[in-house]
Design a protein. Sequence first.
Length: 332
Amino acid sequence: MAVAGGAPRRRAARACLGACVVACLAACAASGPVPGAAGRSAVPSVSGSPPPRGAAAAFPDPLRLAGVPFVSQPDWQCGPASLAMAMAAAGRDVPVQTLAASAFVPGLKGALQAEMLAATRRQGLLATELAPSLDALRAELAGGLPVIVLQNLGLPAFPRWHYAVLIGVDLARGDVLLHSGAVASDTMPLATFERTWARAGRWAMVVTPPARLAASADEARAARAVVGLERVDSAGAAAGWEAMVARWPAGRIARFARGNARLARGDAPGAAEDYRAALATDPAFADAWNNLARALAAQGDPAGALGAADRAVALGGVRADTYRATRAGLGP
């Protein structure tokens, strides 16, 4: 049941080219949750109607998911068991033993959050870390998704880390419903849940197919999730970028990221279209100018490529050397 805590470290990308999206994407995002996502038949049903976009107060109460499979945890393997339940709800049945091979750290008798995310991506699924708020958890439940939560069932000085799967919240009664340990649909007082969750840094994640984004994710959180998947599954990530553009058609992160994916697979005209859309939202987006130059050069527009590269160089920034290298590669 024990698990080692600690937030996963993210490494910044060193270039703004190719299929991977650069670290600047997180800084590009507009803040604020954007609830709502298309469902699929394999996702468990939820009582009540889905909330309107942006209306946290309109979530139905109580929220309770029906049909989330329960997997009793083997010794110390609450992390892999929680992943198995969330993946089954997303339509993918993966044995706990398979997940333990990549997510469980025997020396720690637990699973780090980084391993939980990585194990999900290795199965071709999207792993999205949620905002540290009860409303974010409720948004996912309202959208039909169970939520993996990390709790400290001990004390700050003597932690007892534990992963569980949240399947219900009842504000009126003041309790939550969890698949936890060896107990299915375990009821816990809401105050106790919030206290134990807060001791673990309010960390939570959801598991979805690549084409389905977390209901509560803003553009930056969604982009980080798809970037993580792209490192191991570029085809799955492509579906994630499409989903992001569908949700944020004018979002500069979504359009820039899909442009990178298109450019990587040789679709220079499509990439140029996305980069121009990102620049329409933010004309000072130097990375988009740089990559637009690459896309225009690839489709035989040297004048346009030079103009775009010059704009990137003029804007400069932390990747100014990359922009100058792009410009130099286009000739005098």
